[in-house]
Design a protein. Structure first.
Length: 516
């Protein structure tokens, strides 16, 4: 250790004088100083062990003594014993929590300052050799996942990222090998000093000389980690259960975990459609950059002959799919789906999936309201029913405003009397639409111009004339059916009861021969 026994004793006395400690408690110096790795800036880490079963607070107390930062934690004999037994009896070593292992390692390798008898008694719950064997297997499993991930990235042409993960796998394999040789300190930051203590082995020299992805993978095997050779033919593409595909018009949308919605640009959609689930990754061809993005976002899963690949760096970022910053394309969606930024886009929408589906269904319903109101307006004008015409005009304005607000993701919508004022909710001002809406609801204005302006702003130019022909009505049903399927999947309230019949009939009118 870099501190003498006298220095440790002095720091211990001054620390204990600052806390309310049981007289019979044990005291342990743990961490990098106890391991012999520390330096002049390293914390002094003490563990106070109360001779009791009841849990002690886990939050550390910090002091600054003699120019050193001193950290003291408390545990009871019962707490530490349970931790050691959990590790010693573990059946699935890879699932052991890294913080649990870290606590146990620091206790097993600490330097007794007070009551060494109590400390040694607690250490009897697990033999250090057994703990070292656990750490050997635990690190090997992480190395295996990292190297398999590197092989996958290399197969997709992501060579720089593959090299990063191959090096991470090599570091984890070195930690496994070091644990097999008695060096179990968990944090990787002192790996170089651990290897220095094992420098007589030629594998240590090779570790510092290895840099390419292929060399890293070979050395991982020589360090004793099996099951991760550079064999990309073992990689298989799998469909994650939590990801579903939704085609709206000509756009592909992916819903992840029933929470996130991604929209694919045209090129990204073509790559997605070429994926054949259950096939080797190397047989897919296609765009490696886009496939790697799908993997990174958790939209596809690549396994190693059926075994999931879950790369992770302990004591670093948590495991899980990457979630990119939401794309800020405005408006967010149209009758034909969300609006990707460019053909290669895999855009996360800035709406949770349920709000996205609700807004989309309301957008379609708003456009249908416009068509229905225009049809009523024509009939009213033909019969000179002026008050009916005025009401139909107001309904057309409300339907158009609903569609416009929904295209920007406004959901739930303001009530009808507040729709014009609700235009203030939009990030882009729509002064002409607001002006026309005011004029139309006051007895003037140009309804055709209003509808054209709203649909241009909301991406609804292609909405069919729903009430002019059978083809127009069927096209309307087709648009509505695509969005209703997504809304029903996400348990959203449908815009009207009849929509349930459209779903049940598979998009056909319920009384037609095709539906029957």
């Amino acid at each position: 250790m870099i501190l003498s026994e006298a220095q440790i004793e002095s720091l211990a006395e001054q620390t204990l004088a600052r806390i309310d400690a049981p007289a019979d408690a044990a005291l342990l110096l743990e961490g990098s100083i106890a391991e012999g790795f520390g330096n002049s800036r390293s914390d002094i880490d003490f563990l106070l062990i109360a001779d009791q079963d009841a849990d002690m607070p886990t939050m550390p107390t910090i002091f600054f003594i003699d120019g050193r930062r001193v950290e003291i934690r408390t545990r009871s004999v019962g707490q530490i014993s349970r931790h050691l037994l959990e590790v010693g009896r573990a059946k699935t070593i890879a699932r052991l929590d890294e913080h649990l292992l870290n606590r146990c390692q620091r206790f097993l390798r600490g330097y007794p300052v007070r009551r060494p008898d109590l400390i040694e008694k607690v250490r009897e719950n697990v033999a250090y050799d057994h703990f070292a064997a656990v750490m050997t297997k635990w690190w090997a499993e992480y190395a295996r996942h990292s190297v398999r991930h590197a092989v996958m990235l290399d197969a997709l042409g992501q060579h720089d990222q593959a090299a990063v993960w191959a090096r991470a796998g090599l570091q984890q394999a070195a930690k496994s090998w070091a644990a097999r040789n008695g060096e179990t300190y968990l944090e990787p930051k002192w790996l170089s000093l651990q290897l220095d203590r094992l420098a007589a082995d030629p594998l240590v020299a090779r570790y510092w000389q290895t840099d390419t992805t292929a060399d890293c993978i070979r050395l991982v095997a020589d360090l004793g980690v099996t099951g991760c050779a550079d064999t990309p033919d073992r990689l298989v593409v799998e469909r994650p259960r939590e990801v579903t595909t939704w085609q709206i018009g000509d756009r592909v949308h992916l819903v992840r975990d029933r929470q996130d919605v991604f929209v694919l640009g045209a090129e990204a959609a073509r790559t997605w459609r070429r994926i054949i689930w259950g096939r080797p990754l190397t047989t897919l061809g296609g765009d490696g950059d886009l496939l790697a993005t799908f993997v990174r976002y958790g939209l596809i899963r690549v396994s190693w002959k059926g075994a999931a690949i879950a790369p992770r760096l302990p004591l670093a970022a948590p495991l899980g799919s990457v979630t990119p910053a939401p794309a800020m394309t405005q408006p967010i969606l149209s009758i034909g789906g969300a609006n990707p930024r460019h053909p290669r886009a895999v855009d996360l929408l800035p709406l949770p999936a349920k709000r996205f589906a609700a807004a989309a269904m309301a957008l379609v319903w708003g456009n249908i309201m416009v068509e229905n109101a225009v049809e009523d307006l024509r009939g009213a004008l033909d019969r000179e029913q002026w008050r009916v015409a005025a009401l139909a005009t107001t309904r057309a304005v409300n339907g158009g405003l609903r569609a416009l607000l929904c295209s920007y993701g406004v959901s739930p919508l303001p009530s009808d009397p507040e729709l014009i004022a609700g235009l203030d909710l939009l990030p882009d001002p729509q002064p002409r639409i607001a002006q026309l809406a005011h004029q139309l609801t006051s007895g003037g204005g140009d309804l055709a111009e209003f509808i054209a302006a709203v649909r241009a702003a909301a991406g609804g130019e292609a909405f069919p004339s729903s009430f002019d022909s059978a083809d127009g009505w069927q096209h309307t049903l087709d648009i509505g059916y695509d969005w209703l399927r997504l809304g029903a999947y996400l348990d959203q309230q449908l815009p009207l009861d009849e929509a349930q019949d459209l779903l049940a009939s598979g998009g056909a009118q319920p009384h037609t021969k095709a539906a029957r």
